[in-house]
Design a protein around this ligand. Structure first.
Ligand SMILES: [Mn+2]
Length: 505
């Protein structure tokens, strides 16, 4: 959806969810600023049983000048466009008001029904989505520090002080906003109420500890999501604890926080595992978080108790996972089959044509940031999902053929180049050319039926993660060099001997 599509409406009401948090307020404020700049009549409202009380939220509203008004539930706004932000029209956490036309702008999974809808659960905050939609219309943020501050604080509080940020768009917004550091400091120091301090204390008393695998599960009473992170940071400091999960009821689902201090468990991955198919999770290697949608949980685990779910799922994670250190062990080749590389078009860029040698750059991709320097001996390859890696030119010309056609990228996030010293961004895609691999040599691979973590010989600190359905693989010439290929990439990139024979005919 584009914001310009909504400009046909002249009266717009923007509704934050009940008991609005900084993300909801910042998102609403962004849309308010945008639509009023287009000459529309806009207002920001919220409803529900209680009025805004939390000090940091009050401070945000007052210092940034957010014109938010309380209205009674079931208010009928008549012939206007009603946009719910950070929540979905008709769902339980937002009191229903009525209007002729409705729209949803949100980053939670959910199934609210409305005339317009833009929901992106992979984003860390709704503020990011609003920022992105405004950017797309060419909105100039540089004149509005207060809006920048609100959006920044919205993402910050929704992602446990940015620790749960995993999507590159979230990082793009963090980098580009010119916000007031003083205001953010002021809000952050009024984060916790005495009542929440008590909730944190109670949660810590009632922990559940697994002696064998050294992890904690902690249930907390409902509280602000960032309190979960606070509880968890304390829990992880316990000498016998390597991994810790804290969760509670939130909106109509569950919010969770994950911490790890062992290299055998990546917190972001465990958060993804705990929310698989029923929500979303991610973040950093040591700190992460996630959200489980109540309806989806109900559907998938009908009737199961959430406490039991966490207990069982964590047990399965630790028990069904094998860790391979390829330095000391040779994996079994049993059951491995031969697969051939398919010929696939990819993109590649010669950065030395656009930038001076040795320029320090960060390539931002869906999988994370990669810091490199421009090197005339290397190309940058762009894979089918937008993943990026450097390749020596010499090797490239042996394995790829350059095609005389325009490179087209179809993925969720276009990889971009950030010049670290100048704060500038370059579009990688527009400089890319198309190539296709000539090499169709084979690999040995087997489908995984349980979780594996592989520590390779060249990186003993970080493992590769494979889940059931993914493939474990190696090349016949070097069976010690084992790696994991994601299931959908595997089927796009490789084919069995039989399939190869058909496609070669
Ligand atoms: Mn939010």
């Amino acid at each position: 959806m584009r914001l310009s599509e909504l400009e046909i409406y002249s009266d717009i009401v923007i509704q934050a969810h009940d008991n609005p948090d900084p993300d909801a307020i910042a998102s609403a404020f962004g849309l308010y600023v945008y639509f009023t700049s287009k000459g529309k009549n806009a207002r920001i409202i919220y409803s529900g049983r209680s009025k805004i009380q939390k000090t940091n939220v009050v401070l945000l509203v007052e210092s940034c000048g957010v014109p938010i008004e309380f209205v009674e539930p079931e208010t009928d706004f008549g012939d206007v466009l009603l946009i719910t932000v950070d929540c979905q029209y008709g769902e339980g956490n937002v009191s229903k008001c009525t209007a002729k036309t409705t729209a949803i702008i949100d980053h939670h999974q959910g199934s609210g029904i409305s005339d317009y809808r833009d929901v992106r659960p992979y984003l860390g905050s709704c503020s990011t989505l609003v920022w992105y939609l405004m950017e797309k219309e060419g909105f100039d943020f540089s004149e509005n520090t207060l809006l920048c501050t609100a959006l920044y604080y919205g993402l910050m509080t929704d992602t446990g002080n940015f620790m749960e940020v995993s999507h590159p768009l979230d990082r793009d917004m963090m980098d580009s906003l010119d916000y007031s550091k003083n205001l953010v400091k002021l809000f952050s120091n009024s984060n916790i109420t005495l009542n929440e301090l008590e909730i944190a204390g109670q949660a810590l008393i009632h922990y559940e500890y697994d002696e064998e695998d050294k992890y904690l599960i902690i249930y907390s009473k409902p509280c602000d999501p960032n309190i979960l992170g606070l509880i968890n940071d304390i829990a992880l400091q316990v000498d016998q604890v390597l991994v810790s999960v804290v969760y509670n009821e939130f909106n109509r689902g569950y919010k969770l926080s994950v911490r790890s201090c062992t290299k055998e468990v990546k917190a972001n991955e465990l958060a993804g595992y705990l929310t698989e198919d029923i929500g979303s999770g991610g973040g950093h290697i040591d700190k992460a978080g996630g959200y489980i949608d109540g309806d989806q949980f109900e559907k998938k685990y009908n009737g199961e108790d959430i406490e039991e779910y966490f207990r069982e799922r964590l047990k399965r994670y630790f028990k069904s996972c094998s860790i391979i250190y390829t330095k000391d062990t040779q994996i079994s080749l049993e059951g491995m089959k031969v697969y051939y590389k398919k010929r696939i078009k990819r993109g590649f860029v010669d950065l030395s044509e656009i930038l001076p040698e040795d320029t320090a750059i960060t390539v931002r991709t869906l999988e994370g940031d990669i810091d490199i320097k421009v090197d005339k001996d290397f190309y940058i390859m762009i894979g089918i999902k937008g993943e990026v890696w450097p390749i020596k030119k010499e090797k490239f010309h042996k394995t790829y053929e350059v095609l005389d056609e325009k490179y087209e990228f179809r993925g969720e996030y276009e990889p971009a180049v950030h010049l670290r010293n100048e704060g500038k961004t370059l579009n990688l895609i527009s400089s890319a050319k198309t190539c296709i691999n000539v090499d169709t040599s084979c690999i040995l691979a087997r489908e995984l039926n349980k979780i594996v973590k592989i520590f390779t010989t060249w990186d003993e600190e970080k493992y590769f993660y494979g889940k059931p359905g993914d493939f474990i693989a190696c090349v016949p010439e070097n069976t010690q060099d084992v790696y994991v290929i994601e299931r959908d990439i595997f089927f796009k990139s490789y084919e069995s001997k039989e399939e190869a024979e058909v496609s070669n005919k």
